[in-house]
Write a protein that binds this ligand. Structure first.
Ligand code: SAM
Length: 275
């Protein structure tokens, strides 16, 4: 008998993946967690029935959350990741020697536990001595840490359950206050096919708070529509003013010095959402 995992990305459309093995399922304090081994994308973490990350395509998202901001800030010593319990963004942050300390704040410790157990190639740097892992609500954390971070990355689930508050203007104001004077933040801001209103609203809110706001995209096959957006808010530095000839080649498979500025070139229907 064949077993398939289906994610309904809207009420009328979804994706389905053939399963080799179910590794763990648990209803945690915050969400329904599962890690399944799929034929096409390997081991896959899902939360509340949504694909979070897969061993085959995770590099795209995690590289694109981390590197544009870390190569835009001139001296990103102190970094915060909100969410990101699978460890993929932290793994990419650790490729930057300028980063002296990276703090990860995920509300659900079980995501961290099971990612370490079943997704070691993604979660492997969570035990790095430069990393501090905190199990807490990211919304609370940023309001308790004003003027603390050089770069803040929001690697949260979609605006459902505990992540709803991470897409509010109050949260973005809290991020602004938690950033130092030249601080930069980046958030994953979903897809323009099914979440156009979210992208419009987030950009409206962030533009009212940050002087420099830029959007960029990447292709993530297991995320809804495959076209993913990221929103960057900066107190001073513009990612499009970076001299890409000064960006070193890292051990990456998607991000590169050549792609740094190209990622910010948006399809017209996406430009219309963010202007
Ligand atoms: N890349 C994925 C995406 O784009 O949907 C996100 C992956 S990561 C596993 C999402 C994490 O956000 C989860 O581990 C979840 O526990 C965490 N999260 C949700 N709401 C949160 C909150 N209020 N504070 C901290 N972490 C939160």
């Amino acid at each position: 008998m064949e077993l398939w995992y289906t994610e309904k990305q809207t009420d009328n459309f979804g994706i389905t993946a053939k399963i080799k093995e179910t590794l763990v399922t648990e209803k945690t304090e915050f969400q329904d967690l599962a890690i399944i081994d799929t034929e096409e994308f390997g081991r896959m973490l899902t939360l509340d029935g949504m694909v979070m990350t897969t061993v085959k395509d995770e590099f795209v998202y995690h590289e694109m959350v981390a590197h544009p901001a870390l190569f835009t800030h001139p001296n990103p010593e102190h970094v915060l990741v909100v969410g990101g319990g699978d460890g993929g963004v932290i793994r990419e942050v650790m490729k930057h020697p300028k980063v002296k300390k990276a703090v990860l704040v995920d509300i659900d410790g079980k995501v961290i536990t099971y990612s370490k157990q079943f997704l070691p190639e993604i979660a492997g740097e969570l035990d790095n001595p430069r990393v501090e892992v905190i199990v807490n609500d990211g919304y609370m954390h940023i309001h308790d840490h004003k003027n603390t971070y050089d770069v803040i990355m929001v690697d949260s689930t979609e605006p459902v359950g505990p992540a709803v508050e991470l897409f509010t203007k109050g949260f973005y104001q809290g991020i602004y206050d938690a950033l130092k004077e030249e601080g930069i933040f980046v958030a994953q801001t979903d897809n323009p096919w099914f979440k156009a209103d979210l992208i419009r609203t987030v950009n409206r809110d962030v533009r009212e708070i940050f002087p420099v706001v830029r959007n960029y995209i990447a292709n993530i096959p297991t995320y809804p529509s495959g076209l993913w957006t990221f929103t960057m808010g900066s107190k001073k530095h513009d990612p499009l003013q970076v001299d890409e000839t000064q960006i070193p080649e890292l051990d990456t498979k998607y991000y590169s010095p050549r792609l740094h500025k190209a990622a910010f070139v948006l399809p017209k229907f996406v430009e219309d959402l963010v202007k």
